[in-house]
Design a protein around this ligand. Structure first.
Ligand code: 5GP
Length: 189
């Protein structure tokens, strides 16, 4: 998506050789019209799949998931990063390594929210090493649901997660793929 590449080039900040900050439009301050353009593009990419639900992970995946789900007319389920007191009943769970915080956490989704009848699309803002998508994939498998694929805002291709998922046969569509990143220089695939 050229408009996303342009926005990253204009506003993104490479905090290091592998962490990109896009807080001014995607992560902390959200450009809602642009987020919905991204969501519409995801809906277009997966228009031929009989998707019944979008699954993402809190917090930064939720906005893009919501935008895509709006156009696809399906609900969004998000995994919580810990089992808080308002998560009740049996849960699907996965241990996920956080790339940005360099720690492990237990993601949970109540079993009531995904069933074996569902065809699920995973949506997330970023794809780096692929741990978040792999963890969500595991929870979808626990539910016995089908996986249509993953739709990502920004994939950092040089970290390999996307290609590893593709090699496993998972359809991964990213609206922008960064091949190389240095302060003041971002190269797209
Ligand atoms: P992965 O699990 O694929 O290694 O990392 C993906 C998750 O880490 C996403 O949910 C995203 O929130 C976060 N993440 C990974 N890389 C970046 C980055 O460069 N910038 C931001 N803002 N988040 C990132």
């Amino acid at each position: 998506m050229k408009a996303l590449e342009k926005r990253i080039t204009e506003e993104g900040e490479a905090l290091s050789s592998n962490v990109l900050k896009v807080g001014s439009f995607l992560n902390q301050k959200i450009d809602t019209a642009f987020m919905f353009e991204m969501g519409q593009e995801i809906a277009r990419l997966y228009q031929n799949e009989p998707i019944t639900k979008i699954v993402t992970i809190e917090a930064s995946g939720i906005a893009l998931a919501l935008a895509a789900a709006y156009y696809m007319k399906v609900p969004v389920v998000f995994a919580k990063k810990s089992k808080t007191s308002n998560v009740s009943g049996e849960v699907y769970q996965a241990a996920i390594h956080s790339f940005t915080h360099d720690c492990d956490y237990h993601a949970v989704i109540p079993q009531a929210y995904i069933s074996s009848q569902d065809m699920v699309l995973i949506v997330d803002d970023f794809l780096a090493e692929g741990n978040a998508v792999a963890g969500l994939t595991g929870m979808i498998e626990q539910a016995g649901a089908s996986l249509a694929g993953a739709a990502i805002g920004i994939e950092k291709g040089f970290q390999g997660g996307g290609d590893a998922l593709r090699a496993q046969g998972i359809r991964v569509e990213s609206l922008a793929i960064i091949e190389k990143m240095e302060p003041n220089k971002i190269v797209y695939r």
